[in-house]
Design a protein around this ligand. Sequence first.
Ligand code: NCD
Ligand code: ZN
Length: 345
Amino acid sequence: MPDMLTITRPDDWHLHLRDGEPMRSVVGATARVFARAVLMPNLDPPVTTVAAAAAYRDRVVASLPSKSTFTPLLTLYLTDDTSPAEIECARAAGFIIGIKYYPAGATTNSASGVTDLSRVYPALAAMEKCGLPLLVHGEVTDPDVDVFDRERVCVERVLARIVHDFPALKLVVEHITTREAAQFVAAAPAHVGATITPQHLLWSRNALFAGGLRPHAYCLPVLKRETHRQALVDAATGGNAKYFLGTDSAPHARHAKESACGCAGCFSAPLAIELYAQVFDAAGKLDRLEGFASFHGADFYGLPRNAGTITLKRESWTVPASYPFGAETVVPLFAGKALSWRVAD
Ligand code: NCD
Ligand code: ZN
C-alpha cells in the first residue's frame, strides 16, 4: 500500500461558496487544494444573469488568499423566465461553464427554480445549440413521491425526457445518489456525465440516524441505502470518464443545521480530497483517484487539465470540531474524527 500519492491538481465540479463574510471564511479551504471549482448559483437572490455572475466572480476572486491561482467557474440559475438571449450571452462571456437546473422547492434557495420542464424548453434549445452544459439537481419535488425515490423518479420522468428531446445537450447529473442514476449516466451518450460527493461514497442513510439524529450528515439528495452507496463507489472508482469529483460542499451556520428544521448541506471543503482518497483506498483503487479528481471533469467540459500537482500522505489527523463562518461557525463532515490521508503542504 503506497503511503504517498501525487496527483495532478484536482478540480471541484460542484461547490457552494455562499457570499459575503461566510464566503470569505470558506473559499481558502477549496483554493488550497483545487485549481478550479464550479460555483453553484443558489445565492439569495439567485445568480440568474451574466452581470450577476460576473459580480459574484469578482467578489470571490477579491477574497482569495494572496498568490492564489484558484479559478472560479460560474453557473447561472435557470428559471422559468431565463431567455435564450441570456443563454447566448452566458456562452459568449467565457467564464460561465453551465446553467444550473433546480426544480422549484427541491433544496436550499431553490424557490425561483423551474416549475415545469416544458417551460425551459426554449432555454434548453439555446444551450444545446451553443454548447453550454445543463447541470441538473436530479430530484422531483412532487409531494406524493417518497423522499428516497425522488432521484430515481427524476431519472425516469425528467432526465430521460431531456436526453431524448435534446440529444446534443451536454448534461451533468449533479451529486448522484442512486444505482439508477449511475446506470442512466453509464448508458447515456458520452456528453452526459455525473458528479459524486464524498458523503454519498462514504455513508449510507444509516449515518443519518447513527445513535441519534445527525443533522450534519443531512444533505440533498438525501443519503440512500447501502446498495446505492456501493453502486456509486463502483462508478467513481471504475475508471469511467463520465463520473467526476463534485464535493457539493454546502456550508450552513451551525445553528441552521442543529435546529428543529435543519438545513440540507454538508461542509466538506477542508477535507474533501482526503475523504475521496479514503474511499479510493478502501476500494483498492487509489490509482484511479487522479482520473476521477483531476482529469474526467476537465475533459468533459473541454478545459485543459491542470499543470500542477498535490501530494497526499497517509497520516492520521483529527478534523476540527468547527471552522469560522462569517460571524458564526460551521461544523464540517467528520468533525472531531480521525482521517487517514492528508494533503502535504
Ligand atoms: C445545497 C445548499 O445548501 O446550497 N444543499 C445540499 O444539501 N446539497 C443545495 C444543493 O446542492 O442541493
Ligand atoms: Zn449542491
